[in-house]
Design a protein around this ligand. Structure first.
Ligand SMILES: Nc1ncnc2c1ncn2[C@@H]1O[C@H](COP(=O)(O)OP(=O)(O)OP(=O)(O)O)[C@@H](O)[C@H]1O
Ligand SMILES: CC(=O)N[C@H]1[C@@H]2OC[C@@H](O2)[C@@H](O)[C@@H]1O[C@H](C)C(=O)O
Length: 399
């Protein structure tokens, strides 16, 4: 038998598998690397996160990605080169991280690589009715496999799109497998560049699981800070927003977009929520002259309203418990607005469930890989989110 395939069977037959999950999101802050140990699959999945690290990206690398990120017109040669470069670069970051942790690559069974989203185009965004939902992540999995010598699963979103989804959010799969709890309705809220949430019903009825993107988390605030405050990357601890006042006319203009009127579930990205979106809202609301502090206070409230409105419109009020993750959970003004609007005294985070909030998305992709390697197939039946019941990820062998 082909040596790669016999190695694959060895991994599948193991009691426990060590899988590295990778995530590099819309904020372009760095590569999240989670070293996970799995046993079981499906609802029996058990994961222990043995180590986690965010390997920060250098400014030159961030600028290269930004030059092609969420843009309709780009230098195609740059896209081609970056697809290869990101694969190699991520492989180097993994090898550095393993060395730091004192773990040999041979101890790792598989890598689960999300890659870098450079364009997300569901039909609702591209509006070309003869074209399908589409999404594009780059950072070639073969490069990661060859350079690290570790079997690599990558490009997870393509199967989701092929099976009728929008390619996102995929968090719902990991949320369902790792965090469902009989007797407790849970909302798993991730506030990354774009915010999304999963509703996990306490009766474990898969038909009632619900998941959607809701609009911007940090992406607009980050983009505005980067464009207006040289040297700053984001509004750390909401310090700037806290010094301002939310502008009602600007807030109303930001909310006046068909995305918010559209039904659920839906997905979005910086292709829509970018500085042109803000400039347009400032123009129509005649608020171009307001201070940087007021703009950030307004953008902060805008994110909070998008998140809460989506939850209120799709999940019965009852007694759900919210578990937050993603960088936006470190934004105190945003969190206090969410609590105020939803009438929640406290919001927990996923650390309470054994997964560090900053590591959650990387753990998610490792979970998807575990399911593809050893799962028996998930069935979401007639789920209201129309979740494709598929295994995701393409397998790259090292040799
Ligand atoms: N102390 C803080 N105060 C305010 N905001 C913070 C703080 N720490 C992190 N953030 C926000 O979190 C962002 C990083 O979030 P995260 O790493 O979840 O993004 P991502 O993984 O790129 O996003 P996505 O989930 O959209 O792919 C930062 O860019 C910043 O906006
Ligand atoms: C296309 C894409 O990369 N989408 C990301 C992005 O970042 C947050 C939100 O938008 C989410 O839909 C998704 O990532 C997470 C990991 C997901 O699929 O659940």
């Amino acid at each position: 038998m082909n040596k790669n395939l016999s190695h694959l069977f060895e991994i599948i037959n193991k009691e426990k598998r060590t899988i590295i999950g990778l995530m590099s999101g819309t904020s372009l802050d760095g590569l999240d690397i989670a070293l996970c140990e799995f046993s079981g699959h499906g609802l029996e999945t058990k994961v222990v996160v043995r180590a986690f690290e965010t390997m920060a990206y250098g400014s030159e690398f961030k600028e290269s990605i930004k030059s092609i990120f969420a843009k309709r017109q780009v230098d195609l040669e740059r896209v081609c080169l970056l697809n290869a470069f990101i694969g190699s670069y991520h492989a180097d970051l993994i090898l550095n991280c393993l060395q730091k942790w004192g773990i040999a690559p041979s101890e790792v069974d598989a890598i689960a690589s999300h890659g870098q989203t450079i364009y997300h185009a569901p039909l609702s965004l591209h509006q070309q009715h003869n074209m399908p939902n589409a999404t594009l992540q780059i950072g070639d999995g073969d490069r990661i496999a060859v350079k690290t010598g570790i079997l690599t699963l990558s490009d997870f979103r393509q199967k989701h799109v092929a099976a009728g989804g929008e390619g996102a959010p995929l968090a719902v799969y990991g949320d369902y497998l790792l965090f469902s709890e009989k007797g407790q309705d849970r909302i798993m809220l991730n506030i990354g560049g774009i915010a999304n949430f999963t509703f996990l019903p306490g009766d474990l009825n898969t038909d009632r699981i619900f998941s959607t993107d809701v609009g911007p988390g940090n992406t607009l605030m980050d983009a505005y800070v980067q464009a207006n405050l040289p040297g700053k990357y984001y509004d750390a601890n909401s310090e700037i927003a806290l010094a301002g006042t939310c502008s009602k006319p600007l807030l109303a203009a930001l909310l006046d977009h068909s995305f918010f009127a559209q039904g659920f579930p839906k997905t979005t990205g910086p292709e829509l929520f970018n500085l042109s979106y803000l400039a347009n809202a400032q123009k129509t609301s005649n608020t171009k002259g307001i201070s940087v502090q007021d703009v950030l206070a307004t953008l902060n409230r805008f994110s909070a309203i998008g998140i809460c409105d989506a939850i209120e419109r799709t999940v019965q009020k009852d007694s759900y418990k919210i578990f937050v993750s993603g960088g936006g959970m470190h934004n105190p003004l945003l969190l206090s607005s969410i609590k105020e609007i939803l009438g929640q005294d406290t919001i927990s985070d996923t650390a309470e469930l054994g997964v560090l909030p900053d590591a959650k998305e990387a753990v998610l992709f490792a979970t998807l890989a575990n399911e593809t390697l050893v799962g028996n197939g998930l069935s979401f039946g007639q789920n209201q989110t129309r979740l494709p019941s598929v295994h995701m990820g393409k397998i790259s062998f090292p040799e």
